[in-house]
Design a protein around this ligand. Structure first.
Ligand code: NDP
Ligand code: 8X3
Length: 248
């Protein structure tokens, strides 16, 4: 029987690529995001595999519980909706940006997980995949709260596993590095030039790379839990620790 995946943030980037990939493999989809017109377009493109589209802002707790609370038989929850805003040093950031990242990347992911987990526990089956980031493990200037939110995703995923021991519900933390999507356009608030510079001369990951990885994760045998995967483009690696030297 076809399985069902619920994707948050299906209107762009990783979420959209996952919708397309899973649809092509015969999965049933529940697609969510704030931009209804994009969800409708995706539904038209993917046809009958789309069970439902749900316009949803994951930051709105009431909305999440109201719109997702009655869903049954979700095999996979892909907690993907998220964003980075700005690359300013912490003493100079717009505090509203920090709030939005916390509300989306942390609280939104918590709400979606909390509303769907009880039914997974009841069925003794299900899989929660949380999209983190290399920024959750590896600091960089301007990563401040974005990296902090993704560190939350990593530890929350581990703690979920601890809670779920004894059930057959699986949890995976997937942490990508640089990937070309609308991510940088959002980070730089529509400044397309700055966004394009991020990927200049680099063969970045593509959303499809993430979709293929998610598909692999969910298709491991039922007794296997992939705890965590970190994935980067070959063109990206860690730098040495930074040292500040006096100019004298
Ligand atoms: P995109 O900007 O292309 O997609 C982000 C998606 O998140 C959109 O579908 C957007 O939908 C959704 N979203 C954002 N805010 C909300 C909200 N409040 N409620 C519901 N949906 C929301 O970026 P990516 O595909 O690259 O990002 C997906 C995830 O991957 C994010 O969590 C990001 O942090 C993470 N990531 C990205 C990397 C990259 O380099 N691209 C690397 C590592 C991790 P809509 O606007 O319609 O609501
Ligand atoms: C996105 C990757 O390096 O821009 O999470 O933070 S990075």
């Amino acid at each position: 029987m076809a399985k069902t995946i619920l994707i948050t943030g299906a209107t762009s980037g990783f979420g959209k690529a996952c919708a397309e990939y899973f649809a092509a493999q015969g999965w049933k989809l529940i697609l969510t995001g704030r931009r209804s017109e994009r969800l409708e377009q995706l539904q038209q493109e993917l046809g009958g595999t789309v069970q439902q589209i749900i316009t949803l802002d994951v930051r709105d707790r009431e909305q999440v519980f109201e719109k997702l609370g009655s869903l049954e038989n979700i095999d996979v929850l892909l907690n993907n909706a998220g964003l980075a805003l700005g690359l300013e040093p912490s003493w100079n950031v717009d505090i509203d940006d920090w709030d939005r990242m916390v509300d989306t990347n942390i609280k939104g992911l918590m709400y979606c997980t909390r509303v769907l987990l009880p039914k997974m526990i009841k069925r003794n089956s299900g899989h929660v995949i949380n999209i983190g980031s290399t920024a959750g493990s590896w600091p960089y200037p301007g990563g401040n709260t974005y990296g902090g939110t993704k560190a939350f995703v990593q530890q929350f995923s581990r703690n979920l596993r601890a809670d779920l021991l004894g059930s057959k519900v699986r949890v995976t933390h997937l942490a990508p590095g640089m990937a070309e999507s609308e991510f940088s356009e959002v980070r730089f608030k529509g400044d397309i030039e700055s966004a394009a510079k991020v990927y200049q001369g680099v063969e970045a990951l593509l959303p499809k790379d993430i979709a293929e990885t998610v598909f692999w994760i969910v298709n491991r045998p039922a007794h296997v839990n992939i705890n965590a995967i970190e994935i980067m483009p070959v063109d990206q690696a860690w730098g040495p620790l930074a040292v500040h030297r006096k100019k004298d």
